[in-house]
Design a protein around this ligand. Structure first.
Ligand code: ADP
Ligand code: 5GP
Length: 204
């Protein structure tokens, strides 16, 4: 059964597993697109421009804000991050659900922009020690940048209370399977269903 496409927002403290889970979801879930954010943060080794992020200068980012290219933007850990508007509208018009990796302010803005068309998932670590260890062992930040991310973990976890679903990232496979189950159930919600005999004339 076809459904009216929706937006899936995932959040977690840094090191929670968003990037790892997202890459796996894009491999296993059909008809799912990823909203690639723009950022002013430096590229990490292995990250691909246009796939992981659109890496831009501060000047270009500010110009995009001014020109209304971004659906929302936020300053996180000292850098700018924002969601380009056009690709999301294109994916929805193609009938694809869209996955977004956002911090809590971005989540609120996207919910405001698309009322009733979002599903929010907060990814929780099995415990605080594990997330700290994963973040440190990822090795992508050090010094002050790492300390900032570590210090914010506990506060950021408090935002979990405003999300629709909680998923603990114990093993990657289990965490991915839980999110697949959420997406499959959300796709079957009666108020999203495009079932011709009961919803004549209703389109995406
Ligand atoms: P985020 O994008 O939320 O900051 P990452 O996806 O980069 O988090 O994950 C942080 C680190 O933890 C990475 O090195 C990743 O390989 C590792 N990791 C993620 N999920 C798991 C898991 N379930 N078990 C063990 N390590 C994991
Ligand atoms: P990282 O630098 O670890 O990739 O991401 C840092 C934080 O920025 C994460 O909390 C992530 O969810 C958030 N983020 C990434 N892209 C966007 C975006 O487009 N908008 C907002 N508001 N947050 C974002």
């Amino acid at each position: 059964m076809r459904h009216r496409p929706f937006l899936i927002i995932i959040s977690s403290p840094s090191g929670g597993g968003k990037t790892t889970i997202r890459n796996r979801l894009l491999q296993v879930v059909e008809n799912l697109a990823y909203s690639v954010s723009a950022t002013t943060r430096p590229k990490r080794p292995g990250e691909i421009d246009g796939k992981d992020y659109i890496f831009v200068s501060r000047d270009k980012f500010l110009k995009w804000i001014e020109e209304g290219e971004l659906l929302e933007w936020a300053e996180v850990y000292g850098n700018f991050y924002g969601t380009p508007k056009t690709p999301i509208l294109r994916y929805l018009s193609q009938g694809k659900d869209v996955l977004l990796d956002l911090e809590v302010n971005g989540k609120r803005s996207v919910e405001f922009a698309f009322p009733g068309r979002t599903v929010s998932i907060f990814i929780l670590p099995p415990d605080l020690e594990t997330i700290k260890k994963r973040l440190i062992e990822r090795g992508t930040e050090s010094g002050e940048a790492l300390q900032k991310r570590l210090q914010l973990i506990q506060d950021e976890m408090e935002h979990a209370f405003e999300y629709d679903y909680w998923v603990v990232n114990d093993t990657l496979e289990q965490a991915v399977n839980r999110i697949v189950a959420i997406i499959e159930a959300e796709r079957l919600k009666a108020d999203r269903a495009l079932y011709a005999p009961l919803r004549k004339g209703l389109t995406i």
